[in-house]
Design a protein around this ligand. Structure first.
Ligand code: XIL
Length: 318
């Protein structure tokens, strides 16, 4: 009997989880499986803890969406991944267009991170916080954003220090995509973590999003996870989905099964890899078709909430 959470624990992991989002919580068939703790003992809010949702006007915090996800998790005894404090996307216009100077934006970032993290302190069974999301370009240079453009790289330490002060028990992560295999972006993340550690900035883990493409899982994924582990930090697969060009075929679904298995096996083989989260468990609510035109079928369950070969791939990987 395949049960993802139990298999993850048997493999020495803390959790197997899924992203979810507030609109989906009115779909009772969806919620039934979301609440199946034999598969998922962890959830991540897909949107409702982001900056636009939590501080839509300066200094005015709205936690209703995030609190609804927190309540859903608590009801089922599931862990929650906080997602996220500082990201270049889904920002309210007052941040993006505010033309703040360095000192002002520094205090805005500090206040946002500390208020957000403090709000959920003790309210959820926290697995960790994605404090910084997507700081790098694919070539390993720092991504330009209102934060980088105004504060340079200092926004990273400002956010991490604020999060640590707000909840000293929280594990603090930097999360990014296209760092699944070795390469320039992964090296940049390794170097960032090293430099933060040598300056005494709190950093506990690197989140590897793993928004992957069928047939293109990097062959270096396990070696790459091992490199992060040598830094003395955790890693987690935080947003796993493996998309294909539609329509899906039996051959694509079979390859996708293998690809899920490869990712899970790499986490299993890496002691420092604490858990895996899929970026929603069903194609019904996947973000992929809305973002990558003509692509989809990226999740382990199909649009009718039926398990796909990918589910068996996860089982096989553990
Ligand atoms: C996505 C959500 O799933 C979508 O609903 C939203 O429209 C855009 O953001 N990397 C991340 C996530 O860190 O926050 C993103 O989530 C997917 C890519």
């Amino acid at each position: 009997n395949a049960q993802l959470h139990f298999l993850a624990v048997a493999a020495g992991k803390e959790y197997f989880g899924t992203a979810t989002d507030n609109p989906e919580l009115s779909d009772s068939a969806y919620v039934t499986q979301l609440s199946n703790t034999t598969d998922f003992n962890q959830i991540t809010p897909g949107n409702s803890m982001k900056w636009d949702a939590t501080e839509p006007s300066r200094g005015i915090f709205t936690f209703s969406g995030g609190d609804a996800i927190a309540a859903q998790a608590t009801k089922n005894g599931q862990l929650v991944r906080g997602h996220n404090c500082v990201w270049h996307n889904q920002l309210p216009a007052w941040v993006t267009n505010g033309n703040f100077d360095n000192a002002t934006l520094t205090s805005i970032v500090q206040n946002h991170c500390s208020t957000l993290v403090a709000h959920y302190k003790g309210k959820i069974a926290l697995v960790s916080w994605d404090v910084i999301n997507e700081p790098f370009n694919d070539d390993g240079t720092f991504r330009t954003s209102v934060f980088f453009n105004t504060m340079g790289t200092s926004y990273i330490q400002v956010a991490l220090n604020a999060a640590r002060a707000a909840d000293p028990g929280a594990k603090l992560y930097i999360n990014d995509f296209n760092i699944e295999g070795t390469g320039a972006k992964s090296t940049a993340m390794l170097n960032l973590v090293k430099s933060l550690k040598s300056s005494g900035v709190p950093i506990d883990g690197v989140g590897i999003q793993a928004h992957l493409i069928v047939g293109q899982v990097p062959s270096t994924i396990q070696a790459n996870l091992a490199q992060f582990a040598t830094l003395g930090i955790e890693v987690a697969i935080t947003e796993l989905d493996i998309r294909m060009t539609l329509p899906s075929t039996a051959a694509l679904l079979a390859q996708q099964r293998k690809d899920y298995q490869t990712v899970i096996a790499a986490c299993k083989a890496t002691k420092a890899c604490v858990g895996v989260t899929v970026w929603d468990w069903t194609d019904k609510y996947s973000w992929i078709p809305g973002t990558f035109s003509g692509q989809g079928a990226a999740c382990p369950w199909d649009e009718n909430l039926v398990k796909k070969p990918a589910y068996d791939g996860i089982v096989a990987g553990f």
